[in-house]
Design a binder for this molecule. Structure first.
Ligand code: NAD
Length: 255
């Protein structure tokens, strides 16, 4: 029975991934602020370290899967928190648990990115460079000065996607696969909060995928389940969109 850690397992996409992997015979260890096997605040260094310690205590240091779903949207209490959870918590867990994954059976890790990253592809964004340099406090200070939650969200997802692709190249010889799933709009509490927000609601509601609807969390979880399975044994370092055609609509020439 594969053992898989899922962050953000208490709600939305993470909840759906947790349930799908359980149904498919995984031992799943959820990590979330509450209502999970491991309660931890991944926005802080101490919270991440506590989560890693508890994961090791439950697994003995051998892990077959890691799915990083925990994330915050544009309605988060502050933009720095978006960077801490969406980027730095993910990079910290991937790096810390790489050795545990190396000991696993057909190991695979996955990051939930976002189609929101597409808008920054090919652009020079100083915040993205700071995120990729791994300087958490400098990045948080930079976004505090700018006060732009949409930029924080897009930059966090663009940078974490690039980080994952860099690690995929480095991890190749170890056999630990690593992929990114980039959802479009998915009907979750995060999406509901964004679409009801007086600052961002109109834009969120008007950004409709060619398929003409938002996804259900299970439609994203199906793709995650596939990528985490042996059926995807040669898929590594890729970004797979589950976005109803949004990425194609925004940038048909770049893929
Ligand atoms: P959600 O709010 O339903 O779930 C997010 C989960 O992350 C929650 O359970 C929350 O408690 C957890 N979380 C947040 N901060 C945390 C912290 N500091 N420590 C531990 N856990 C924390 O949202 P969702 O829509 O399911 O989002 C899941 C992922 O999908 C996120 O990374 C999000 O950016 C991404 N995403 C969502 C959409 C969408 O439209 N819903 C689109 C693209 C990408």
């Amino acid at each position: 029975m594969p053992t898989t850690v899922v962050t953000g397992s208490a709600s939305g996409i993470g909840r759906s991934v947790y349930e799908l992997l359980k149904e498919r015979g995984h031992r799943v260890i959820g990590v979330d602020l509450k209502d999970a096997e491991i309660a931890a605040d991944l926005s802080t260094v101490e919270g991440r370290e506590a989560a890693i310690r508890e994961i090791r205590a439950l697994t003995g240091g051998t892990l077959d899967g890691l799915v990083c779903c925990a994330g915050l949207g544009v309605t988060a209490p502050d933009s720095g928190l978006i960077l801490r959870v969406n980027h730095f918590a993910v990079t910290a867990l991937l790096d810390a648990l790489f050795d545990d994954l190396k000991r696993g059976h057909s190991p695979a890790a996955l990051v939930i990115g976002s189609v929101a990253a597409s808008q920054l592809v090919g652009q020079e964004v100083p915040l993205v460079e700071t995120l990729l340099a791994g300087d958490e406090e400098a990045a948080v200070a930079q976004i505090r000065d700018l006060d732009k939650p949409q930029l924080a969200y897009a930059a966090s997802k663009y940078a974490v996607t690039r980080f994952a692709r860099r690690r995929a190249v480095a991890w190749g010889p170890s056999g630990v696969r690593l992929n990114v799933v980039a959802p479009g709009a998915v009907e979750t509490p995060l999406h509901k909060a964004s679409s009801e927000d007086p600052r961002f609601g109109e834009a969120v509601k008007n950004f409709v995928a060619p398929l003409g609807r938002a996804a259900q969390p299970s439609e994203v979880a199906e793709l995650v389940g596939f990528l985490q399975s042996d059926a995807a044994s040669f898929i590594h370092g890729t970004v797979l969109y589950a976005d109803g055609g949004m990425d194609a609509m925004m940038k048909e020439a770049t893929f």
